[in-house]
Design a protein around this ligand. Structure first.
Ligand code: SF4
Length: 357
């Protein structure tokens, strides 16, 4: 199996996907791409949340035309999602897109594929082959009867073969399915034979709650095996939530170096403070930090400092007050009403020190 670190690095704008690089977080705009103002506003929100690469649908001429203006107003690389129409791909490329998601086997005549490949080569733009269990080629469905992991890998190899024949190798591959075990199997099989970076996703995974669970189960299993160089969580929700979930997932596996982590206890009968509200407020506060600190919020001092010995900073509740501690050592007592504000001050201090060094 090719571990993610053994994949061939592929440049996308100022990012590199694959090889020894960190796993990249992606999302997709929900706006009409032709609505430049709304699309740019959404991309800015995504970027602020930690999105590193963003995809927009290019489903018509207006969308392809809008790429030029969108590119001027954003700083993260932009991906064009194109189905079938090679002319839209050419237009998006001409307008400065950084990556194209298109399946060469679906474009039609060889000359059309050649034109797209040539345009990508001229500008150093990679192509993502996006295999989806729900839209496998007819010849594969006839061969396998229904979507399977084997059929998905065969589909990916079919599209890869078309690009490689044209001496094109800046390729990223995804094999998405909404069936989690099938997606895990497809990506695992793909990692055996495909050395290009794999983009992970569980498609149509559901709403914020269920989609987060399904995506985390599927993508988490793959990440833990060393598979995947880039991820997108697909949710029926604000795409900013996709980015938040992706960051948490990468943190879980130690695959992100610039994110703060919250440790909070589940609470129990010992608790004397409103820990759930405090934990949510602190989590929101640290969610946008780009430094690898660990913050702990615990309900009581019985197990608190000990349980959070690894944390940089934290609080443990007591009756009407709380203990502020660093690295498991109590620093001072703080009235409950000031717990969050004092903790935020301490976090700001640690962040400032971190940024200076
Ligand atoms: Fe209960 Fe205290 Fe542990 Fe929280 S830290 S679960 S309040 S014992």
């Amino acid at each position: 199996m090719y571990h993610r670190t053994e994949t061939v690095p592929v440049r996308v704008g100022d990012l590199t996907i694959g090889g020894n690089n960190e796993v990249i977080i992606q999302s997709m705009c929900t706006t009409k791409t032709a609505d430049v103002k709304a699309t740019v506003a959404e991309i800015h929100r995504l970027e602020e949340a930690g999105c590193q690469l963003v995809r927009v649908t290019v489903n018509n001429q207006e969308a392809a035309d809008a790429i030029k203006e969108i590119k001027k107003q954003i700083s993260i690389p932009l991906v064009a999602d194109i189905h079938f129409d090679y002319r839209l791909a050419l237009k998006a490329i001409e307008n400065g897109i950084d990556k194209v998601r298109i399946n060469p086997g679906n474009i039609g005549k060889r000359e059309r594929v050649q034109e797209v490949v040539k345009a990508c080569q001229a500008r150093g733009i990679p192509i993502r082959i996006g295999v989806n269990a729900g839209s496998l080629e007819r010849h594969l469905l006839e061969k396998y009867g229904y979507p399977t992991a084997e059929a998905m890998v065969e589909s990916a190899l079919f599209h890869i073969g078309i690009l490689e024949e044209l001496d094109f190798h800046d390729i990223i591959v995804s094999l998405k399915a909404s069936d989690v075990p099938m997606a895990i199997e497809a990506y695992s099989k793909a990692a055996e034979v495909i050395r290009y970076p794999l983009h992970l996703g569980i498609t149509e995974s559901g709403t914020l709650h269920t989609g987060t669970i399904k995506s985390s189960a599927g993508i988490g299993a793959l990440l833990s095996m060393g598979i995947g160089s880039t991820v997108r969580i697909s949710l029926s929700a604000d795409p900013v939530e996709e980015v938040k979930v992706a960051r948490e997932l990468l943190k879980t596996f130690g695959l992100i170096s610039n994110a703060a982590t919250l440790v909070s206890c589940p609470t129990c009968g010992r608790i004397d403070i409103d820990l759930v509200s405090i934990a949510n407020e602190v989590e929101e506060y640290i969610s946008k930090l780009k430094v690898p600190i660990k913050v702990s919020v615990l309900g009581c001092a019985v197990n608190g400092p000990g349980e959070a010995r690894e944390a940089d900073i934290g609080i443990a509740g007591a009756r009407g007050e709380g203990l502020l501690f660093r690295y498991g050592e109590v620093v001072r007592k703080v009235p409950e009403a000031e717990l969050v504000s004092e903790l935020k001050k301490e976090i700001d201090h640690i962040v400032a020190v971190y940024e200076e060094t």
